[in-house]
Design a protein around this ligand. Structure first.
Ligand code: SAJ
Length: 443
């Protein structure tokens, strides 16, 4: 199938890079979003997402006239749906007396509805949003068929999950292997023809429900593996072991690759997607649900460590370094660092948080500062929550010159104990515990 014009619905972390990359390849791309502030920012030449290289790509696409920004889809050869699938905060399913979160598919449903008036025979529609198994056949196809056209007969329909890593989206979009699951083999082939325009990785064709499962399995696999790393860190603290050293040694085994413990799992993918499988089959997913609960409990565990370091939290002044959900991104969605700060405050601590990738972050109930010095000054304890490169590079002696605090809690194994101790700090590390609990004084 040949493509000249494409509509990308949803101009977020996935839709905007995808739309701009297609435009860079010479396609006429209509970028659609329902959020007026996103539309306004893009129309004024701004970009609402921080992702390396994205601004340049979007600016070039807009300047060339190949990317236009609209409120509604127009007639086109192909449509890509890349809207978010959050979970309901207040709508939980219940199974076995346990609660689980449910996916909110309203944005997918309404983006699909918006295509119906402009859908034509021979078109290709692709869903990219992470979705519970069977969404393409059970939700998207029936909506599109309101047009009078039949999925897989009159138009092609496929599911193609996005698997790029925030922070490396533009490179991974092109280089990663891509899965295309069609409602028919012809739909999968049409999808392959579209992505082959820029994808250099292997393009694997399968059916739509398999492609949905693949996406959810990948992120669930990672979540479960992080959960076990977090549990190992708790065990290490109890037994006076340095988890980082233990993981390094265990990972020398050729078939072992333990991930890193931390203050929890955030972001809009790994902390959410496993629930889509639990929701679809709660009776079959006790392990997946438990891993989610372990990782969701990790911010509480991190706060307990800070409490041990400080004795008590009430009235204590704490500098929190990092609010993003992971290193070197500006994304605060579902961030465990934010959760840690909230929990600290609930226990009466006075926290000043600094996020270098979003220095102006305005989070209700949180005190954020725009410069590292503002967080460090007049604090009693420095808590490192995100392994941003610039925090890893901090020199203890320079920090000591700014602050009177001599207590540091490192949740992400960024800092060398010897260096900080040499500068006069007392260092607590997640997965290692207090110097006293180890009984060797040196760490
Ligand atoms: N984390 C740990 N320990 C680790 C690795 C990660 O605690 O060893 C934490 C991070 O700090 C973060 C969370 O997990 O809070 C998730 O970060 P991540 O880097 O593992 O993943 P995401 O959410 O940024 O991106 C994932 C990726 N999926 C996989 O690696 C299987 C990416 O390829 C997907 O495209 C993306 O989800 C998505 O959109 O689904």
């Amino acid at each position: 199938m040949k493509f000249q014009k494409l509509c990308v619905i949803g101009l977020g972390y996935i839709g905007l890079p995808t739309a701009s990359t297609f435009a860079a390849q010479g396609l006429q791309v209509v970028g659609v979003d329902v959020n007026p502030s996103v539309l306004e920012t893009l129309r004024n030449g701004g970009v609402h997402i921080h992702e390396p290289g994205l601004r340049t790509l979007v600016e070039a696409a807009l300047r060339s006239g190949r990317l236009t920004i609209r409120e509604k889809p127009e007639e086109a050869d192909a449509f890509i749906i890349a809207v978010p699938t959050p979970f309901y905060e207040d709508c939980f399913g219940e199974h076995d007396e346990r609660w689980y979160k449910r996916a909110d598919m309203r944005a997918v449903a309404s983006a699909t509805e918006s295509i119906v008036p402009v859908l034509q025979r021979g078109n290709l529609v692709i869903l990219e949003s992470t979705s519970p198994p069977r969404t393409t056949v059970d939700l998207v196809a029936p909506i599109l068929e309101k047009s009078g056209l039949r999925a897989g007969v009159d138009f092609h329909l496929a599911y193609s999950p996005e698997r790029v890593l925030p922070g490396q989206i533009l490179r991974e979009l092109i280089e990663n292997a891509r899965v295309i699951g069609g409602v028919t083999p012809e739909s999968a082939r049409a999808g392959r023809d579209l992505y082959a325009i820029f994808v250099k990785g292997e393009i694997v064709q399968t059916d739509a429900t398999t492609a949905e499962m693949v996406k959810l399995m990948e992120n669930t696999y990672r979540d479960v593996n992080i959960a076990i790393a977090n549990e190992f860190a708790r065990l290490a603290e109890r037994f006076g072991v340095d988890i980082w050293e233990a993981i390094r040694i265990a990972n020398l085994h050729p078939r072992v690759r333990i991930l890193s413990p931390g203050p929890g799992v955030g972001g809009h993918c790994i902390s959410v997607d496993p629930w889509f499988l639990v929701e679809a089959a709660p009776d079959l997913t006790p392990l997946i649900a438990m891993a989610r609960r372990v990782n969701d409990g990790q911010p509480h565990y991190a706060v307990a460590l800070i409490k041990r370091a400080l004795g008590s939290l009430a009235g204590k002044r704490i500098a929190a370094l990092g609010l993003a959900y992971k290193p070197d991104v500006d994304d605060l969605r579902e961030s465990p660092a934010v959760e840690v700060v909230r929990l600290l405050q609930q226990e009466g601590a006075l926290v000043r948080a600094f996020e270098p990738f979003k220095p102006q972050a305005d989070l209700p109930g949180l005190t954020t500062v725009a410069a590292l010095e503002d967080a460090l000054r007049e604090t009693e304890c420095i808590v490192l929550l995100v392994r941003h490169g610039q925090f890893v590079a901090l020199q203890p002696a320079e920090v000591a010159a700014i602050t009177a605090a001599r207590l540091v809690v490192d949740m992400v194994n960024a800092w060398k104990a010897e260096d900080w101790q040499a500068a006069g700090f007392r260092l607590y590390r997640l997965g290692v515990g207090s110097p006293e609990s180890r009984g060797d004084g040196a760490r």
